[in-house]
Design a binder for this molecule. Sequence first.
Ligand code: FE2
Ligand code: FE2
Length: 219
Amino acid sequence: MVTLENIKSDPEIDMYFQKTNTYLGHMGAIVHDYGHANTVARNSRHILEALAFPRREAELAAVAGYLHDIGNVINRYDHGRIGAVLVFTFLLNMGLPPEEIATVVSAIGNHEEKTGSPVSSVAAAVIISDKADVHRARVRKRDFSSFTTRDRVNYAVEHSDLKVDSELRKITMELTIDLAISSVMEYFEIFLSRMVLCRRAASSLGCDFELFINEARFL
Ligand SMILES: [Fe+2]
Ligand SMILES: [Fe+2]
C-alpha cells in the first residue's frame, strides 16, 4: 500500500513540489515549502487518528495534506482543482486503487475556501489543518511596505496551534497575534470565510470548532 513516505521519496513528485514553491516565490506569495506540507500532513493524520477513524483513512489524509498545494505549479488560481487532477496522475501511476485516489483527489480539490466543501472525513481534516497553518515564518517578503493585508495578518501571527480533544469532540485553533501588526478585526476580514469552512469541516467530523486569539474565544 502506498504511504506518505513513498510519496515523499518519489523524485518526480518532489521536483513538481519544489518548483511549486519556487514559482510562488517569484510572485512573492507566502511560503509553500516542506514545512507547510509536512505540518498539514501531520495534523490531517492526527485529527483522524485522534477521532478514531480507520488507519488507512488517516494515511490518505496525510498524503492529501502533503500534496494539497501542488497545483500551484501550474497556477495559483484554482490550484486546488488543478492539483487534484495532477495528483490523480501521480497516484494512478503508483497503482493506488480508484477508491483511494478518489478520496485523496476530492480532498485536494476541496481545500480552497472559495469553492471547497468537507466532502469526506479526509477532506475535512485537510481543510482544518491547512487553514490552521498561519504564522509569521510563512511570509516571504521582507519589505513591510510591500505587504498585502494577507501578508500582514500572517506576519502578525507569532504562534498557532491545533488541538483535538477526542473525548469532548472538540477541535481548537489557538493563535497568538501581535496586535501592533494586525488587529483581530483585520484577521477576521481576511480569514472569516476560512474559519466558517473549518467549522463546517469540524462539524462533519462530529466535532465543535473553537478559535482562540490571544486566549480570548472568538468562535
Ligand atoms: Fe492551498
Ligand atoms: Fe496550503
